[in-house]
Design a protein around this ligand. Structure first.
Ligand code: MG
Length: 380
């Protein structure tokens, strides 16, 4: 079990839950970072007494420094601050709960510093999967996924030998609009899209879950994390979200990981791994569980998943461009500036128009990310 952690993105949904789990387990929170929500950050800082806090936004960092002037907390800012939090000597694990490409550099810095990565930042693997996995192999830094699906696959593969895996069964609830046709989705509002039936999450990922883009991003991540080809991953819709994903072994045996749909569970495992500790979460009651059902994903009416699977096959900067374009489009949708179905159009057109090159290094990846953002801002 880890003793001391840095939480990157501590004011978001995963960051807040990580802080609660750390408190439950008696793990020290040595560093916190946030973008600009300094009121909540100050509450967390006063509760956990970290040695170091970084605020990404420069002017918010100045205000935060004044707010905690009565404490001995060191305050940093910008990318430099995020990297300092990610490499703090005191921390043996870095929880990467920031959203967006801003998570890339700090994650790589933490890998170089041989920290355990409790990975919750999607862009790390979607955009830089090859670089990140190669670097972690080099330095020996463990990557333990926090996303429920990848945590499930990770758990199903514990103790398995090379060559035993036949395929990954990546499950997803299908989102709140499962069963609807694309024409019917035209008028979906942000308020409807952020209401997920099973999981409580931030606004952006809730919209991604409803379009199935989230499952698509997870598809790309799974490919890198577990070193498999796109054809080795099958997406299975499982509306109850009790099974969090499965693996099929070469002999036909299927191993599934089940639990209540609460992100606290995979967060806790990322911190206690390879041990297990009693948690503060509900346990499953199989007398109350009724039907667990499964179906094929609807790629016709939810084309974001198909797009992501195509981008996974294309490789290079394709998943990064798609993900960045999607992010800008989702934020436009959340501000009522873009229709629901236009989110897919923006991501698909960005991949065609921005173009795809090999993801050779971080600069190439960040340039692709930027180009995709500019494309959507200008054309949608
Ligand atoms: Mg997930």
């Amino acid at each position: 079990m880890v003793r001391s952690i840095s939480i990157l993105g501590c004011t978001g949904s995963i960051g807040r839950q990580t802080a609660a789990v750390a408190q439950h387990l008696g793990i020290r929170v040595a560093a916190l970072t946030a973008n600009r929500k300094i009121d909540l950050l100050e509450q967390q800082a006063r509760l956990f007494h970290p040695s170091f806090v970084a605020v990404y936004d420069e002017s918010a960092a100045k205000a935060f420094k004044i707010a905690v002037a009565d404490t001995d907390i060191r305050v940093g800012s910008g990318m430099e601050g995020l990297i300092e939090a990610a490499t703090l000597a005191e921390s043996d694990c870095v929880v990467t709960a920031v959203s967006g490409a801003v998570g890339l550099k700090p994650t790589l810095a933490a890998i170089d510093a041989k920290k355990r990565i409790a990975l919750a930042n999607k862009e790390t693997l979607v955009c830089a999967g090859e670089i990140v996995m190669a670097r972690s192999k080099e330095t020996g830094a463990e990557i333990v996924p926090v996303d429920s699906e990848h945590s499930a696959i990770f758990q199903c593969l514990m103790g398995r030998g090379e060559g035993e895996l036949h395929k990954i069964l990546l499950t997803g609830s299908g989102g709140p609009f499962r069963g609807r046709r694309r024409e019917e989705l035209e008028s979906i509002t942000p308020e409807e899209a952020v209401r997920h039936p099973n999981w409580s999450m931030g606004a952006k990922i809730s919209v991604d879950s409803s379009t199935l883009m989230n499952k698509g991003l997870e598809f790309v991540e799974a490919m890198h994390l577990f070193g498999v080809r796109p054809e080795d991953i099958q997406v299975v819709i499982h509306p109850q979200s009790v099974i969090h994903s499965m693996v099929e072994l070469v002999d036909g045996t299927v191993i599934a990981q089940l639990g209540v749909p609460d992100m606290g569970l995979p967060i806790q495992l990322a911190l206690t791994y390879p041990e297990r500790k009693a948690s503060m979460f509900e346990h499953l009651d199989f007398w109350k569980l009724r039907d667990l059902s499964f179906e094929e994903p609807d790629l016709e009416n939810f084309p974001c998943l198909r797009l992501a699977m195509d981008c996974a096959k294309r490789g290079g900067t394709a998943p990064c461009v798609m993900s960045a374009a999607n992010e800008v489009a989702v934020h436009k949708f959340l501000r009522h500036e873009l229709g629901y179905n236009r989110i897919y159009d923006a991501a698909a057109e960005a991949v065609e128009q921005v173009g795809v090159v090999p993801a050779a290094d971080l600069d190439t990846i960040l340039a692709a990310d930027q180009a995709a953002r500019v494309f959507v801002k200008e054309h949608f």
